[in-house]
Design a protein around this ligand. Structure first.
Ligand code: F6R
Length: 364
């Protein structure tokens, strides 16, 4: 049941620190990351020079994060594709490819068909799934389970963050076995992973402040989310959350792309969420924020707590716990989930069952 929560989504958002802790305690063994399978998956991670990641919706957003992390920590060539496009497109996937399918349910027909196609082409197939014994697990060569428990709300929350964590662990382990990151870097990384549950819990503790900001957009028809680097990747998922449960049109834009078109959509009062958690990109990201503010946008900044004071005179700020930049995606998405949740709930919508959507999509 909902255990006293008004909606499953609220409960599932709050469960995330526990879900992340569970995965960490299963996979972080003596400061190493162990996937089991007698080390054969580690060998695959060491030897493949090509990865292809395929999924739909939220799971695809986790995959896009995974691709960035593999590139960052291993330099491997990674493609990500929507399952629905992958099935009918020309593909270069073959025996040299590690193919990764991501799915909460393990039953999404497009993702299943994509996996079958990759397997037929000779790729080694890894699945990241939540539901045990699902159809996709029966086709994959290896399955990693996120074990987040049943996700009832149509809008995915804990499935996304646990899928993301799997990619962090896969990319870090790959970097270690391939020698593209040092042991010291790896240790520093695992100590960051261990801080994620508390960081997420801290954001959950700021619910009321986030709720207050969400109230300001319930009558909006459009909302834009802008950021660079990993922020942009997280915002794609944030924008999907908001649109699917609040019915506000929301889009994520890479901040640097704004002036190539989308900035034409900004006018007096347009709500914009700008994420600026990536230290090396912050001055660039802020200059984009100033541009849209000059055009009248109502900006909410998402920034690390250490910078909150610098910005609070000029902007509404959602402050996030100060993890190393690479790990900010976890507290950041929690803030956006909570924000979307309150917009939907305050509009009086059925948060758990948004119109036109099904939890599992079994038709192409
Ligand atoms: C969005 C959402 C969907 C699913 C997508 C894939 O909140 O839940 O976008 O992520 O339909 O579903 P799975 O992961 O079951 O393959």
């Amino acid at each position: 049941g909902k255990q006293g929560y008004p909606y499953f989504m609220a409960k599932e958002i709050d469960e995330q620190p526990t879900c992340i802790r569970r995965i960490l305690s299963n996979y972080l063994v003596n400061n190493d990351i162990e996937f089991g399978f007698g080390g054969t998956l580690d060998d695959a991670l060491k030897n493949f020079n090509r990865i292809c990641i395929v999924a739909c919706g939220t799971a695809l957003h986790a995959g896009i994060m995974g691709a960035q992390l593999f590139k960052k920590w291993t330099g491997i060539n990674v493609d990500t594709e929507m399952a629905s496009e992958f099935i009918y497109s020309d593909t270069t996937v073959g025996p040299d490819t590690l193919f990764i399918a991501v799915s909460q349910s393990g039953e999404t027909i497009d993702t299943l068909e994509a996996l079958r196609k990759a397997k037929e082409a000779g790729a080694l197939c890894l699945a990241i799934l939540n539901v045990r014994g699902s159809s996709i697990s029966r086709v994959a060569d290896y399955t990693l389970y996120t074990d987040a428990g049943p996700e009832i709300a149509v809008a995915s929350t804990k499935a996304y963050t646990t899928q993301m964590l799997m990619f962090y662990m896969l990319a870090l382990k790959s970097g270690l076995v391939r020698g593209t990151i040092t042991e010291e870097y790896f240790e520093e990384a695992t100590s960051n992973l261990r801080k994620i549950p508390d960081a997420m819990a801290e954001v959950i503790g700021q619910k009321d402040a986030i709720h207050k900001l969400a109230k300001e957009v319930i009558t909006a028809s459009d909302l834009f989310m802008i950021g660079r680097g990993l922020d942009y990747t997280v915002l794609m998922e944030g924008a999907l959350k908001l649109k699917e449960i609040s019915y506000i049109h929301s889009e994520a834009y890479a901040a640097g792309e704004l002036k190539h078109g989308p900035i034409a959509l900004i006018s007096e009062g347009t709500p914009v969420i700008a994420a600026v958690t990536q230290t090396h990109l912050i001055s660039k990201a802020l200059s984009n924020v100033k541009e849209i503010r000059a055009r009248g946008a109502n900006v909410v900044l998402i920034a690390k707590n250490e910078l909150k004071a610098d910005f609070s005179d000029e902007y509404h700020v959602i402050g996030l716990p100060d993890l190393d930049d690479e790990y900010m995606s976890f507290p950041e998405i929690v803030a956006l989930q909570i924000y979307s949740y309150y917009v939907s709930a305050d509009k009086g919508l059925d948060v758990d069952k948004p119109r036109n959507l099904a939890k599992v999509v079994t038709v192409e």
